[in-house]
Design a protein around this ligand. Structure first.
Ligand SMILES: Cc1cc2nc3c(=O)[nH]c(=O)nc-3n(C[C@H](O)[C@H](O)[C@H](O)COP(=O)(O)O)c2cc1C
Length: 360
């Protein structure tokens, strides 16, 4: 069955398929451009974008300029296609500059994750950009809407509800609550949908979707769009390193775990639970303590990054995620959603999008 279009703030996307932002550098230019050309919503990730642009161009640019360059580059390669960018508030050092640079570049959608982004409308100002918070509860959405409306007379254009089956540090719930019935995407969805409907906000679902039939099922339940991360991870166009893609293809369900710094093994220096492939060198290697942070993307001004102050229990995500796309000499960390176990081969964006559209 053909998928419906998705129109957000007047921008029409040909299919309701959204490619989730994947940092560091996984949803980079080739992947985003390919998704847009296939009629989906393509999303850059702002994480470490100054370095990514340097690797791409050989030019050192500050974050604001680098972000602007990346957005414009996607627009150039897609002939003016609509482009999104995922910006994590937890990347405290570059947060404001990432938003400003994206706006300078003419970004169409800002997907705001890893924090409540209460100041986002103020930073964006009166620019015509769709603001799309990523939340894992109706409570978070209510806080955002309350603050945005009262302080900035603005509401989100859409919301992405991300359940705990997704990847990275955005499982959205505490470590012991990931598998609770109440945290299943199906159970998180109805109150969000009801509240969003009331305010005229579109709802996109994410986390654990894999097949065309998943998209149809979610549309039948009332979702306006479906976001995919893991499904696009092992494509030729993704920025993941060859080793990352190979490990994903062979990991199987038993090869994926949730790492958290309070357990007997290291966890992310962001403090958030991270779903990872167990064989990731940052996780297993007995020298992981050497992977000490010298980048500081998540470092609060007044504190040392935990990868530095408590290296026994924290791996450095700046260096580990850069290594996962083949840069630097850090130990790579491979993050995936639960559906990583379903990936059996390295594919192409064209093929995955065809499958998701239900054409093959
Ligand atoms: C390798 C990888 C990196 C990701 N990085 C980010 C990120 O930097 N910021 C974010 O908000 N979400 C991130 N995500 C989540 C995706 O955007 C998406 O919402 C999620 O993967 C959807 O669940 P799925 O993997 O089951 O399809 C990442 C996902 C993957 C697989």
């Amino acid at each position: 069955m053909p998928l419906p279009k998705l129109t957000i703030r007047g921008r029409e996307i040909a299919t309701s398929i959204v490619q989730g932002g994947m940092g560091v550098g996984v949803s980079w230019l080739d992947l985003v451009v390919a998704v847009i050309m296939e009629g989906g919503l393509g999303t850059l990730s702002s994480a470490a974008i100054d370095r990514l642009v340097y690797f791409e161009t050989g030019k050192k640019m500050p974050t604001r300029e680098a972000t602007c360059w990346a957005v414009k580059e996607v627009k150039r390669r897609t002939g003016g296609g609509y482009v999104g960018i995922n910006i994590m508030q937890a990347l405290v050092r570059d947060y404001v500059d990432s938003v400003l640079g994206a706006v300078d570049g003419g970004v169409d959608f800002i997907m705001a994750s890893a924090g409540l982004h209460l100041r986002l409308p103020e930073i964006v100002g009166n620019k015509d950009v769709a603001l799309i918070p990523i939340v894992s509860s109706d409570r978070a959405l209510k806080i955002i809407c309350g603050r945005w409306k009262s302080r900035h007379n603005r509401l989100p254009d859409a919301v992405i509800l991300e359940g705990p089956q997704s990847a990275g540090g955005h499982l959205g719930v505490k470590i012991g609550e990931i598998d609770l019935e109440e945290n299943k995407l199906e159970n998180l969805f109805p109150p969000i949908k009801q509240y969003a409907n009331f305010l005229g906000i579109l709802v996109i679902v994410a986390g654990g979707l894999f097949y065309h039939t998943d998209i149809l099922r979610w549309h039948a339940l009332g979702a306006d769009g479906a976001q995919f991360g893991t499904r696009l991870l092992a494509t030729k166009e993704s920025g993941a390193s060859p080793l990352f893609k190979q490990e994903l293809v062979k990991c199987g369900a038993e090869g994926i775990i949730v790492a958290y710094p309070t357990q007997n093994y290291p966890g992310s220096s962001s403090g958030l639970p991270f779903r990872v492939i167990k064989s990731s060198p940052a996780f297993t290697h007995n020298q992981w303590r050497k992977n000490i942070c010298d980048k500081g993307y998540i470092k609060p001004k007044d504190r040392d990054c935990p990868a530095k102050s408590d290296p026994e229990r924290h791996f450095c995500i700046c260096n580990s995620l850069l290594a996962a796309i083949g840069y630097g000499d850090g130990l790579p960390l491979f993050t995936t959603g639960t559906n990583g176990a379903l990936i059996k081969e390295i594919s192409t964006v064209a093929r995955v999008m065809k499958e998701l559209r239900g054409e093959i």
